[in-house]
Structures are given as structure tokens and as C-alpha cells.
Design a protein around this ligand. Structure first.
Ligand SMILES: Cc1ncc(COP(=O)(O)O)c(C=O)c1O
Length: 395
């Protein structure tokens, strides 16, 4: 019998087990909602990015079903061959209006929007100036572009400036940041970065995956929140988090979008969304415009939950958004906290290296607009009890 050429993977998995970092996938037996069943246990769910509860919103369900009845379940082609339906174009127009940009292109996911865009607009002769905590899809896009990657310390505009000063004025540069950082929940310093981009002639790009539906008027994102409209050349958003469905998009000039139609590899080489996904996203935009109370409710819940965690003495870092980390340091300890919380009826994922720095392991929580006060209080009580047992907070 031939030796298994993949045996080394087993050794890596064993090492994860020894370090207490091996994770079995948690399985939802029910819908993605604030109180649900995971691994056959009823839990308050603090792990999803379903900020506004749109995954189960009746208007979205209805429009998805209608699209299936009218248009079928798939497109059978990539966008550039036969996979562009009128409903895809309608979604792009609606998103462009929403984001107040000339045009939008929709990708299969936020990941492919970032990776496909950065890799196609840059070449090996160019430079990327990137925040050290930018999302993995930005990092992969930078690597695929073969441009030189220069990383600045998190949110350190001075450090970004120093990097830019050392570069030839003629070289093409992309300055890139997350709008909301997904692990710490803090905001990129958009106004200062825009000023820097203007001073050094950089392309300015913001990944607003966690800001869409959360920040800005009706959830238009951090560009709207900071009022830097017209100063960000490339805005990425996701349709997979607050919008409740699946997909990513790039908002910008007509020229940028036309270029991406011709050169972004995920757009060219991967099949387009089923029509029901596009219909769902259009319905989500209607909800953002017509039911802004959902966003108010998200923020009320966020303030209540953050204040509760802080009052008990948890280290919640520097979050400014509904993403609230409970930082415990050691990876195994974060997993232990997550497991004990789960046993107590609260689903909050542990996150360790390499997703966050080795000494910054945490349990990450995200509240949604649709959590009830009782559910959030139940979760706070569980955090208090388990936190004291594990001596994370004073007993
Ligand atoms: C900051 C950030 N950008 C991009 C993405 C990718 O988005 P999507 O899940 O739609 O692929 C994520 C989500 O995982 C994210 O947190």
C-alpha cells in the first residue's frame, strides 16, 4: 500500500489538539437567528454577523421564493458569458444608488470582491500600504497582485505616512483599510487616511464588510458615517453579513466597474449568484431604507450588552461597533471560555492565533437588532458566572 502523502496534515492537526485549539464545526439545527439550536442545544446566538436579523426576515424570504418561481434556482454561467440576468443588473443599480457612487459590481462574496479587485487593479510594479489588521481577503488580493506589500501598525496614520514618504512619487500606490475591523470592532481612521491618500496620490480603498447595514445613514457604511463621499476610490461591501444573504460588491466610478467586469478573475471565472440571492439582496436594501428602526435597535442592544460586559470587569478592547471581543489572552483559555459558555446556553466563538495575535485570544460576541433584552441579560449572566469560575473577572 502506498504511504499517505498527506500524512503530515495529521501531525498538524494533532499539534492543534495538544494546544487545545482543535475545533469541531458547530452545527445549526435551526435557522440563523438570535436564539437557535446548535448541536441540538438551545442557545442565545452571539456568533453570527446577522446584524439586522435579515436572514429570516419575511420580506426577504418572500422575494427569494418569488425569484425561484419566476427565474429558477441557478444561472448556469459566469457573468461574462450567459450568467448576467436582469436581476443582477437591478441589484448593481440599487447598490450604486444606495452607496451614492456611479456604479457597482457584485461578486460571489466579500472575499472574492476584495481579492479579485486588489489583484486586478495592481501589478508587480505597484505598492500596497495596508493596515496590519486588514482582512485576509485583502492580504490574499495583495499577494495575488504581486505588488510590494508594506504594512503599517494598526490605525497608525503616521506610520503609513512614513512608508509613503519613502516611496518614489511616480510609483502607483494603494492605501487600504477595513472600515470596521472584524476582530476588534474598531473603525479605520478614514478621514485621516483619505487626506494622506490625497497628499500622496494613492488609490484609496475601504473594505466595509462589517459596516454595511450598521454604520452611516440607513447603513450606508463608514464612508457615509465619516462623510468622506467622493474621497474613497474603491469601496467594498458584503451582502453576507447585515444584508443577510451572500455576496460582495465594489462601489466606485463607472470606469473602475467596467475595468473589473473585464479583469477581476472571480467575476470572469466563477458562476454568478442564483437569481434568488440577487432578489434577496434587493429586498434587504428596501428594508434598510424603509425600516431604519432595525438599525436603531441594533445600536441600543449593542450599548446595553457592551455596558454589561464592561461593568463585570471583562476586557472588551477598543470596539466601537456591535462586534465586542472579550479578550482573555491565551488561546486555550479562550476556547475554554467559549465551551463553558456554550454549556451554559450561550454560543460565542473562541478566536485564537492565527486569526488574532497569540496573546490576544478572545471570545467574540456580536449582538443583533433582533435579540431581546431577556436573551441579552441571559447571556450577560452566563458570562458573569463562567468568567468568575475561570477567574477572568474578579469573583
Ligand atoms: C473585514 C471583512 N472583509 C471581507 C469579508 C468577506 O466577506 P464574505 O463573508 O462576504 O466573503 C469578511 C468576512 O468574513 C470580513 O470580516
Amino acid at each position: 500500500m502506498r504511504a499517505d502523502p498527506l500524512a503530515y496534515l495529521g501531525a498538524e492537526l494533532d499539534a492543534l489538539k495538544e494546544q487545545g485549539l482543535y475545533r469541531r464545526l458547530r452545527i445549526l439545527d435551526d435557522e440563523q437567528k438570535p436564539k437557535t439550536s446548535v448541536d441540538h442545544q438551545s442557545v442565545v446566538n452571539l456568533s453570527s454577523n446577522n446584524y439586522l436579523g435579515l436572514t429570516t426576515h419575511p420580506r426577504l424570504r418572500e422575494r427569494a421564493l418569488d425569484a425561484i418561481h419566476r427565474l429558477g434556482v441557478g444561472t448556469g454561467s459566469v457573468r461574462t458569458i450567459a450568467g448576467t440576468m436582469a436581476i443582477h443588473m437591478e441589484l448593481e443599480r440599487r447598490l450604486a444608488d444606495f452607496k451614492k457612487t456611479e456604479a457597482v459590481v457584485v461578486f460571489q462574496s466579500g472575499f472574492t470582491a476584495n481579492a479579485g479587485t486588489v489583484s486586478s487593479i495592481l501589478t508587480k510594479d505597484d505598492v500596497v500600504i495596508s493596515d496590519e489588521l486588514n482582512h485576509a481577503s485583502i492580504i490574499d488580493g495583495c499577494r495575488l497582485s504581486r505588488a510590494t506589500i508594506k504594512v503599517f501598525a494598526h490605525k497608525d496614520v503616521g506610520a503609513a505616512r512614513t512608508l509613503l514618504k519613502g516611496l518614489p512619487g511616480t510609483q502607483r500606490k494603494l492605501l487600504i483599510t477595513d472600515g470596521v475591523f472584524s476582530m476588534d470592532g474598531d473603525l479605520g481612521p478614514l478621514p485621516d487616511l483619505c487626506t494622506l491618500a490625497e497628499e500622496f496620490g494613492c488609490i484609496m480603498m475601504v473594505d466595509d464588510a462589517h459596516a454595511s447595514g450598521v454604520f452611516g445613514q440607513n447603513g450606508r457604511g463608514t464612508v457615509d458615517h465619516f462623510n468622506v463621499h467622493g474621497r474613497v476610490d474603491v469601496q467594498v461591501g458584503t451582502l453576507s453579513k447585515a444584508i443577510g444573504a451572500l455576496g460582495g460588491y465594489v462601489a466606485g466610478s463607472r470606469q473602475l466597474i467596467d475595468f473589473l467586469y473585464h479583469r477581476a478573475r472571480p467575476f470572469l471565472f466563477s458562476t454568478s449568484h442564483p437569481p434568488a440571492v440577487a432578489a434577496t439582496c434587493i429586498a434587504a436594501l428596501d428594508v434598510l431604507l424603509e425600516e431604519p428602526a432595525l438599525i436603531d435597535r441594533l445600536w441600543e442592544n449593542t450599548r446595553f450588552f457592551k455596558a454589561g460586559l464592561k461593568a463585570m470587569g471583562f476586557d472588551t478592547g477598543v470596539s466601537e461597533s456591535p462586534i465586542t471581543p472579550v479578550i482573555v489572552g491565551d488561546g486555550a483559555r479562550a476556547m475554554q471560555l467559549s465551551d463553558r459558555l456554550f454549556a451554559a446556553g450561550v454560543f460565542a466563538q473562541g478566536i485564537a492565533f492565527p486569526t488574532v495575535a497569540r496573546d490576544k485570544a478572545r471570545v467574540r460576541t456580536i449582538v443583533t437588532a433582533t435579540h431581546t433584552r431577556e436573551e441579552l441579560q441571559f447571556a450577560l449572566d452566563a458570562f458573569g458566572k463562567v468568567g468568575r469560575e475561570l477567574r477572568i473577572i474578579p469573583g
